[in-house]
Design a protein around this ligand. Structure first.
Ligand SMILES: [Zn+2]
Ligand SMILES: [Zn+2]
Length: 300
């Protein structure tokens, strides 16, 4: 039986276009140490999602621009920043990253998505660079920075943005007194990626991460909490327990969400005293799937 012209056209339309490869998505852990105190072993929290050469950065701990350079990302590729919550290990360098991207040749707009007071933080951090920005416009012929900076500040969870085949959604997570705190899900043409932000065990996060290809989740090593808090600091120990997720419970989140791969990041404590084997043993109490202990500049 001869195929009709309509059938041939339909069959051709169903084939992938020659040369039109699927957008390449690369996920790189830029910094994997949780908490505000810098350490020699891991950099401050930040994660790169690179889609077809455009850099999206989730959280901007101190040193994020340098970590992007080490990951081989030109700073003028910066397109979007997603802030999970207003703690310094997540937003200390949000304005600095934008300024350094601009002084490295940024010409396209950058949008910062985040909870209140993200807009004020971006404005105030960039204000500290006013003289430098004016000097570089004057001396280096750079275009004005202000028109390139956009802020999408929102207090409520849900749809965040759709961009080039990628959809970003968020949910509220439980970071004790810091509210709102978000987790983000990125459904790209190639992969679904969820980043927990800082949170205690969260059923909302389980729902957001359901069926995801990759879950990057914060983790605290519970047996280390008394030592970190100091023997006479029950308040801090209590805070750490209520605002972060024990590695055992990270495994529970991954198991309940049915994710294909779990990556631990934002590790507390972030030093070598907790070995990969110790982290994995804790997670394995509840999750039998693919799990990786994150390290800086690791592609996951
Ligand atoms: Zn944190
Ligand atoms: Zn936090």
């Amino acid at each position: 039986m001869q195929a009709t012209r309509r059938q041939i056209v339909a069959a051709l339309a169903a084939l992938p276009l020659i040369g039109a490869a699927a957008p390449r998505t690369r996920v790189v852990l830029l910094g994997t140490k949780g908490g505000p105190t810098p350490g020699p072993y891991r950099a401050a929290p930040a994660t790169l999602i690179e889609i077809d050469g455009r850099a999206w950065v989730v959280d901007c701990g101190n040193g994020v621009a340098n970590q992007l350079a080490k990951a081989g990302v030109p700073l003028d590729a910066l397109a979007r920043i997603f802030v999970t919550h207003n703690h310094s290990d997540h937003m200390a360098d949000v304005g600095t990253l934008i300024e350094l991207a601009w002084s490295s040749g940024l010409k396209a707009p950058v949008t910062v998505h985040g909870p209140p007071p993200t807009g004020r933080i971006v404005h105030d951090q960039l204000a500290a660079f006013a003289d430098d920005i004016a000097a570089r416009i004057r001396e280096e012929g750079r275009i004005p920075l202000a028109p390139l900076v956009r802020v999408d500040e929102r207090a409520n969870p849900g749809g965040v943005v759709r961009d080039g085949g990628t959809t970003v959604t968020s949910c509220l997570v439980d970071h004790e007194t810091v509210r709102p705190a978000f987790a983000y899900r990125f459904d790209t043409p190639g992969r679904s990626i969820v980043i927990s932000g800082d949170t205690h065990y969260s059923d909302d996060l389980v729902a957001l991460a359901t069926g995801a290809d990759l879950l990057i989740h914060e983790a605290i090593y519970a047996p280390a909490i008394p030592r970190m808090a100091g023997e006479n600091a029950p308040t801090l120990a209590d805070h750490l327990r209520r605002s972060h997720t024990r590695a055992e419970d990270v495994g529970l989140v991954a198991a309940r969400a049915g994710v294909k791969k779990l990556v631990l990041s934002h590790l507390v404590p972030g030093g070598p005293e907790i070995t990969d084997a110790m982290w994995l043993a804790a997670v394995r109490t509840n999750f039998a799937g693919d799990v990786v202990v994150g390290r800086d500049l690791m592609e996951v």
